[in-house]
Write a protein that binds this ligand. Structure first.
Ligand code: 13P
Length: 265
């Protein structure tokens, strides 16, 4: 529905999940900084999303060593401050120069009972604090098997975006992460990823308008590796990748960034 890429700058994000303590994270960030060359990041944006306890350390490495990688988080609280024991405020993340916050990852929806309503509130908390949400959507294998993929994506995207100003939608990121592809080694085919991402863009157009739908970046996530990066990035409506396991290894993640930056987008 949109011309190839439509000027959208790809975003390659590494979601470290609950891996790497702060010392390992410092090492990983340094390693990435040594490997990534200016040419690798000239055509793409790159972000890393460490656990909360690592964020300050990784910030120091990225900023101190001038590494051209944006800082991200994996989650945040709905509220800015207050009596919410154990939560981490989006204000605190913004203060550490976090630029992107993942919201509604399927692991949080499944294991921490995050509903569409909670995801919508977190998305607004991130935007309110000047950061870009990466809003994850995607169907389970059961939903896919009974042909409910599009219905599920429509419901999740509509619940997350309804009522948001067009400029906020244009500035955010949606990640299509089919649950059956996460951590399984079984990535979606480029055809399936393209179909789902184009569908998501269509839903964004219905909910927020054509203009923001052309601008919003849509990532694919689920068993991304260096060897499937180019084919996924060649898809018209895939504007980047959300990488789990392969982002923990700086060499593998660099190979993914490189393959994406050579993708001709
Ligand atoms: P894997 O790349 O390990 O499949 O994880 C994908 C993911 O969940 C990223 O958020």
């Amino acid at each position: 529905m949109s011309p190839a890429g439509a000027g959208r700058r790809p975003l390659i994000s590494g979601n470290w999940k609950m891996n790497l303590d702060h010392l390992e994270a410092i090492h990983a960030a340094r390693d990435l900084g040594l490997r990534l060359q200016p040419a690798d990041v000239a055509p793409v944006d790159v972000s890393v999303h460490p656990p909360f306890t690592d964020i300050r350390s990784v910030q120091s490495v990225l900023e101190g060593e001038g590494i051209p990688v944006a800082l991200g988080a994996q989650n945040c609280a709905v509220e800015d401050s207050g009596a919410f024991t154990g939560e981490v405020s989006p204000v605190m993340l913004a203060k550490l120069h976090v630029e992107y916050v993942i919201v509604g990852h399927s692991e949080r929806r499944a294991h921490f009972a995050e509903t569409d309503a909670v995801v919508a509130s977190k998305l607004r908390a991130v935007l309110r604090n000047g950061m870009a949400p990466i809003c994850c959507v995607g169907e389970t294998v059961d939903e896919r098997d009974i042909g409910l993929t599009q219905e599920r994506l429509t419901a999740q995207v509509t619940a997350a975006l309804t009522g948001l100003p067009a400029e906020d939608v244009a500035a955010m990121v949606v990640a299509y992460e089919p649950v059956w592809a996460i951590g399984t080694g079984q990535a979606a085919t480029p055809e399936d990823a393209q179909e789902a991402c184009a569908w998501i863009r269509g839903v964004v157009a219905q909910v927020a308008g054509e203009e923001p739908a052309t601008q919003v970046r849509i990532q694919y996530g689920g068993s991304v590796k260096a060897d499937n990066t180019a084919s996924l990035m060649a898809c018209t409506d895939v504007d980047g990748l959300l990488v789990g396991g392969a982002s923990l290894d700086a060499a593998q993640f660099t190979d993914i960034v490189r393959a994406a930056s050579r993708g001709g987008r």
